[in-house]
Design a protein around this ligand. Structure first.
Ligand code: PNS
Length: 171
């Protein structure tokens, strides 16, 4: 059993698109660990459907938001395909950090954490409680509101707000 201290963690997600809730988790994770990689999953979301934004767009939006919102500029953003635990092993990261909003997140996250632990017991699953201010914010809620032409500027950083407007105007 390894007892070495974890210094590098991954914050994984679909980030379709990144919200203030995600950025809060990323910011707080960076307070806890010296090296943080935001890992953007390639193609499907948790409901098995394709994403609204391409992988490149989702990565770019996170990078822009990290700069614009003043998060530490040593936070890395990378995309991955395949299993998350394999990506962690490639990076040499010792843990996965996710935000928990409500009990509804818990069952889904527990299932994923159990599966990841089965696949790679050496990788820790770590959870941070969402800031209550963002407890109701999710990418799917953001997309739904934006698709109906309503304002989401209090839920997402301004670069994402602009992309959503572009996306839904073009349709
Ligand atoms: O933000 P999300 O959509 O809840 O993120 C889910 C994500 C991307 C972290 C999860 O689906 C994932 O880890 N996908 C990679 C494939 C994988 O490793 N599956 C096994 C664990 S569920």
């Amino acid at each position: 059993m390894t007892t070495s201290t974890i210094t590098h963690v991954v914050v994984p997600g679909t980030f379709d698109p990144v919200t203030y809730g995600h950025l809060d988790v990323i910011r707080r994770t960076r307070k806890l660990f010296p090296r943080v990689t935001v890992a953007v999953a390639a193609s499907v979301n948790k409901h098995g459907r394709g994403t609204t934004f391409t992988l490149e767009e989702r990565v770019e939006m996170i990078r822009e938001a990290i700069t614009d919102e003043g998060l530490p500029n040593d936070i890395e953003v990378a995309s991955f395909t395949g299993l998350l635990v394999n990506f962690c092993k490639e990076l040499g990261a010792g843990g996965v950090v996710k935000g928990l909003r409500a009990m509804t997140d818990f069952e889904y996250e527990l299932q994923q954490a159990d599966l990841n632990s089965h696949l790679a017991p050496e990788i820790e699953s770590i959870f941070v409680m969402s800031n209550p201010e963002y407890g109701y914010v999710s990418s799917s809620i953001v997309r739904e509101i934006a698709s109906m032409g309503s304002d989401v500027s209090i839920l997402v950083p301004s670069n994402v707000d602009a992309r959503l407007r572009e996306h839904y105007v073009q349709r």
